[in-house]
Design a protein around this ligand. Structure first.
Ligand code: SAM
Length: 191
């Protein structure tokens, strides 16, 4: 289990050539199993107001937006490099908003979103900042809304699923479903 001192911050404003290349390849393959299976498993009516928190280059966002023709997608992504890719990939959709900022500076009203997606993001946030982030996400979720979380839980890359559960428990969110692939990944739905 990593503590704050062992946490290695990734510079998402200057991703490596390999990181960008693998993002391009997975995007070209339309999510290539890893993304599309999971995103398509999210239960949606098509009219939801959704936040893709830490959307990166938008591979998940692109799959999501096609599922909500009568809804709206907000992509929040602090990295300027990844937001450029997002705008390129989703810019033709009318029902999308891009926020190139951190949640604290985003000025989002309470009770805004029906669904919030956190896809491989929490483990990349410094452990000391995670509680504040989850508190903000819980504030902008509608009372009957759902938060979908998918995080790696490997010791070498990820965070303990017990920590994820505690973060949501601390903001009074209930885990209504989950799955754990031992030493690989955790997925959870909170409401
Ligand atoms: C591993 S990438 C995942 C991107 C995308 N969700 C996906 O699954 O393809 C992690 C993303 O989280 C973003 N991120 C890091 N710290 C963040 C924070 N405090 N708030 C929001 N996003 C953050 C990074 O800029 C990066 O795009």
């Amino acid at each position: 289990m990593k503590n704050s001192k062992e946490f290695k911050e990734i510079d998402f404003d200057r991703p490596s050539f390999l990181f960008k290349l693998s993002d391009s390849l997975v995007y070209m393959l339309g999510g290539a199993g890893f993304y599309n299976k999971y995103i398509e498993s999210i239960s949606l009516l098509g009219s939801e107001n959704i936040l893709d928190f830490g959307s990166g280059g938008g591979i998940a966002s692109k799959i999501l937006i096609k599922r909500i023709p009568d809804g709206h997608l907000t992509c929040l992504e602090p990295s300027t490099c990844w937001i450029k890719r997002l705008r390129k990939r989703l810019g033709t959709f009318k029902n999308v908003t891009f926020l190139n900022t951190y949640i604290d500076n985003a000025n989002i009203h309470d009770n805004t979103f029906d669904v919030i997606l956190i896809h491989h993001v929490l483990h990349d946030i410094h452990p000391e900042k995670r509680h504040k982030v989850v508190k903000q996400l819980s504030r902008i979720l509608r009372p009957d809304g759902r938060i979908y979380v998918r995080e790696p839980i490997k010791k070498s890359h990820g965070m303990p699923y017990e920590e994820i559960r505690q973060l949501f428990k601390d903001v009074d969110k209930k885990e209504i479903d989950f799955s754990i692939k031992t030493n690989k990944e955790y997925t959870g739905i909170y409401s």
